[in-house]
Every structure is written in C-alpha cells, then in structure tokens.
Design a protein around this ligand. Structure first.
Ligand code: UT7
Length: 332
C-alpha cells in the first residue's frame, strides 16, 4: 500500500554517543549470582556502557545529534523535524527532543518524542518518512537514545546484565523513490504489554510515592524466555513481509542490521531468513541491549567497519516492549 511514494527519505549522516563507563561481565559477577560464561553463552554480551555522574539522556542525544549533523554537513538551522525515540526520557515534561533543541541549534525544527521501546528508532524513521512523502519536510533528525541503566534493577540477574546506554542519530534528506527508505512494515501487539515493562514511574504508579519505589515498580521487568520466542518469530516475519512487499529476494540483501538484544535471537532470525552470518551485523558483545539506540549504533559501527557502502541494500529489524516490531529496507 505504500511503495508508490514519489518522494522518500534517505540517511545522509550518522552520529553516535556512548558513555565512557564500561560494565563488564566480571563486574556483574561481583554484583549478582552470575558468570561471564552464562552471560556470554546465553546472550553474547561481554560489556555494555552506562552513564555516569553528569550524563543523562540529553547529553547522549545531543552528542549523537551533533555528530550526525556534522557528518551530513547539515546546518542545524536547516532541520525541520526532530524525532527522538526513547523509553527513558530526560524527564516526563517537556519532551527530551524539546530540551535538546536549543543545544543542537535546531531552532526551526518541530520536536517530539516517540515511545516504542526497542523498536523506537525504526518507528521514528517511518514516522519521519511520512513527512517526506507529503513534501512537508526536507531535512530531519531522527535520534534513538536510551539510558536504561537508570531503571535497571541491579539485584535482578535476569535483566541487569542485558542492558546498556547509548545514542545514535541519523540526518534524513529527501530522496526520489528507489533511493533511501524503500519499504517499511511496523506492528504492535499490546496483548503482551507485560512481557517487557516498567510498571512504576507513570500515572498508575507515580514515582513520587515511596511504596512504589519500595515495591521496585519503577524498574525494568522482562519475561525473558517468552519474549525470546516471540522476538525470533516476529523479527523473521516482519523481515519477510518487507522483502515480499518490496519484491526483493533475501539473497539481494547486503547487510542485515537486527536489533541487538541477544546473539541467539540474531542467529535464529538470520537462519530462519537464510541470511549468512557474514551479512549480519553484530555489536551486542560490546554494547548490550541499548533499546532505541541499538540500530543507529549498529549502523554507525557497520559503516566504520566498511560494511555499509553506497548502493547497498540494508535491512533493519527491531523488536521490543509494547510489544512492537518493525523492519525497514533501505538503499544505502
Ligand atoms: O530488547 C527487547 C527484546 N528483548 C529480548 O528480546 C530479550 C529476550 N530474552 C532473552 O534474551 C533471554 O530470554 C534471556 C537472556 C533474558 C534469558 O535467557 P534464557 O535462555 O531465556 O534463560 P531463562 O530465562 O529461561 O533462564 C534459564 C536459567 C534460570 O535458572 P533455572 O530456573 O533454570 O534454575 C535463570 O534463573 O538461567 C538463570 N539465569 C541466570 N543465570 C546466571 C537468568 N539470568 C541469569 C544470569 N546468570 N544473569
């Protein structure tokens, strides 16, 4: 229904930000009952970055955004739209995208945040793309940023080893159909809203009530094993949906950039799709699960390693809380 746009968007700049502080598996061995061996074999994660004093969602998002603008050679005053995907905003009011607007110098841009957990970046790209299709916008900045370490329960070994902080940003410019974003599929199923959630900190269990904190409500919770199974199935299905919709064969994909949650999920999705390992990008070992920042961080790493070349067909796929899942096919 939507591959006849005459105008789409393409990525013309990338930027990232990772906090300096590293948490290794050895650090977790000192905090909870776990082992480097369990974490590596069950998740593929070796280390992740976490924010320290003076750092927060806004500091990461600003650095990533500034780098992306510099990379694109775009003046911040040209930006007409900023969408920041995050599940861990700077504060509830105002939107983090508004807080960072003056720091970026994106003074003309309309700014809003988007909440779709780990699928946030792919959702935000798709939302931004609509404004390019209608002709409303010609330059946009899309940021995926997350500081999950601020909500991780460091007494829960089943979740605390998984998550890391970071931010990735892309600058989008208008492009004719056939370049840039070619095809997108995105889905939500709130039936499983409790699979990955943070029950406290919002309207139902506000953060300013001591009992809610004592009951550890404003902490991230996950039903890991059930989530794992839905993640593999949904990621494979949404990739196939996009490929079929675009009329592209899986062999034609140059690089698959999956959400970096767990190496076993990535491997299972790649093998279901029939994508060989050398075409699958992996950096979960170094950053862990950075939620909305995962895919833009992976894109930037892939480019730095020479694995993203102009003309490449790139398939990105994300899955996370909501549940949400989405895939986007791009001509790089
Ligand atoms: O980003 C959004 C999407 N997120 C995901 O897709 C994450 C999906 N889930 C996963 O990646 C995996 O389910 C986990 C890595 C979270 C867990 O791996 P699993 O193979 O599903 O393990 P499990 O939850 O079934 O637990 C197996 C065992 C349990 O012990 P028992 O009950 O068998 O005695 C856990 O208590 O592993 C235990 N366990 C741990 N052991 C050592 C759980 N966490 C740890 C740990 N260290 N950190």
């Amino acid at each position: 229904m939507h591959d006849h746009h005459t105008r789409t968007a393409k990525i013309v700049g990338l930027g990232t930000s990772l906090p300096a502080r590293v948490l290794t598996n050895a650090d977790f061995e000192r905090m909870v009952e776990t082992s480097d061996e369990w974490i590596v074999t069950r998740t593929g994660i070796r280390e992740r970055r976490v924010v320290g004093p003076g750092e927060s969602l806004a500091t990461l998002a600003v650095e990533a955004g500034q780098k992306a603008l510099a990379d694109a050679g775009v003046d911040p005053r040209e930006v007409e739209l900023v969408i920041l995907a995050t599940a861990t905003p700077e504060q509830p009011i105002p939107a983090t995208s508004a807080i960072i607007q003056p720091l970026l110098g994106a003074t003309r841009a309309v700014c809003f945040d988007l909440s779709a957990a780990c699928s946030g970046f792919v959702y935000a790209l798709q939302v931004a793309r609509q404004f390019f299709s209608t002709g409303e916008v010609s330059t946009a900045l899309v940021i995926g940023a997350e500081t999950l370490s601020r909500y991780v329960d460091y007494t829960d070994r089943a979740t605390c080893v998984l998550f890391g902080d970071g931010a990735g940003a892309v600058v989008l410019k208008a492009a004719p159909a056939g370049e840039g974003i070619l095809r997108v599929a995105w889905h939500t199923d709130g039936t499983f809203a409790d699979f990955i959630c943070m029950p406290g900190g919002g309207s139902r269990f506000p953060p300013n009530v001591k009992e809610h904190v004592d009951a550890r409500l404003p902490f991230i919770k996950m039903r890991g094993n059930e989530t794992f199974k839905v993640a593999v199935r949904s990621l494979a299905e949404v990739c196939e949906e996009v490929l079929t919709g675009a009329g592209v064969k899986v062999e034609d994909i140059d690089l698959l950039v999956p959400h970096q949650a767990n190496i076993r999920i990535i491997d299972a999705v790649a093998s279901r799709l029939g994508v060989p390992a050398e075409k699958v990008f992996v950096n979960v070992d170094r950053v862990g699960n950075t939620s909305a920042a995962s895919i833009p961080l992976a894109l930037a790493d892939a480019r730095a390693q020479g694995r993203l070349k102009p003309g490449d067909l790139v398939l990105m796929a994300a899955f996370g809380g909501g549940l949400t899942w989405a895939a986007s096919l791009l001509r790089w």
